[in-house]
Design a protein around this ligand. Structure first.
Ligand code: MG
Ligand code: MG
Length: 248
């Protein structure tokens, strides 16, 4: 078993500064998403924003990933590479982003409707975002990782959707992905106990169809095997005595 990274007050201040830039970046991007914009343009806007604010884009160069954002459209679940793809009315797009501040990582994602989307797509966005909020509400020191997983799984399945169970949340700190894995399915009351000061990324990835995934030939993009729509929301959280602080 691994261990939770412990942070000094100075490190926590850096994490909060990075998280603030990341949250502001995603908020700004939400307003930029419209029919006709390319995912590459969104990526350039995000990169400029983060650099201007004094952060470092965390994903660019991470295991050779070439961009600031992961832009995953419709049936794409995660790790879509920004480029020439033009967003169309009715698409949904996940904007996943990370910031490094003083060597410390934050990681967050929103999924956004492009123009008018189908009732199914709107439902998927709502269910995924609410699954994240419910998961956030059960995080506190002494809770177990399985409490997060079980909360997400129960909520998602009760709404007729599937968790993409091959993809998980994770601890983070001086690396982007570290102990513990935070699965999106699991049993409450199981898994590692969350200590005060733990930094975790909680990220339900939800499909309208079955939650199986397929890796595309670009080596990065992961889509649903059945090509059903997928959505992704993510927060970086700092565990506190009575709950958690949303860092980004
Ligand atoms: Mg992420
Ligand atoms: Mg993550």
């Amino acid at each position: 078993m691994g261990h939770f990274q412990v942070f000094t007050d100075a490190e926590l201040a850096s994490i909060r500064r990075g998280g603030k830039i990341l949250a502001a970046c995603l908020q700004m991007l939400r307003g930029e998403v419209h029919e006709g914009i390319t995912t590459g343009e969104l990526d350039r806007i995000a990169e400029k924003f983060i650099l201007d604010e004094g952060g470092i884009p965390a994903f660019k160069g991470y295991h050779t990933f070439p961009a600031t954002l992961c832009t995953s459209v419709n049936e794409e679940c995660v790790h879509g590479i920004p480029g020439k793809r033009v967003l169309a009315d009715g698409d949904i797009v996940a904007l996943d982003c990370g910031v490094i501040m003083d060597g410390l990582y934050t990681d967050a994602c929103i999924s956004v409707a492009v123009g008018a989307v189908s009732p199914d797509a709107a439902k998927l966005l709502k269910v995924t975002e609410e699954a994240l909020e419910r998961a956030v509400s059960v995080v506190h020191a002494g809770a177990k990782v399985g409490d997060i997983s079980g909360t997400i799984q129960e909520y998602v399945q009760s709404h007729g959707c599937s968790c993409v169970d091959a993809l998980t949340g994770h601890g983070l700190g001086t690396t982007l992905h570290q102990f513990p894995d935070i699965p999106n399915v699991g049993r409450k009351g199981t898994g590692p106990v969350l200590p005060v000061g733990a930094l975790i990324a909680v990220e339900p990835i939800v499909a309208l169809g079955k939650g199986r995934i397929h890796q595309e030939d670009d080596g990065w993009t992961i889509r649903t095997s059945d090509r059903s729509l997928a959505a992704h929301f993510e927060h970086t959280l700092l565990v506190t005595e009575g709950g958690c602080e949303v860092i980004a």
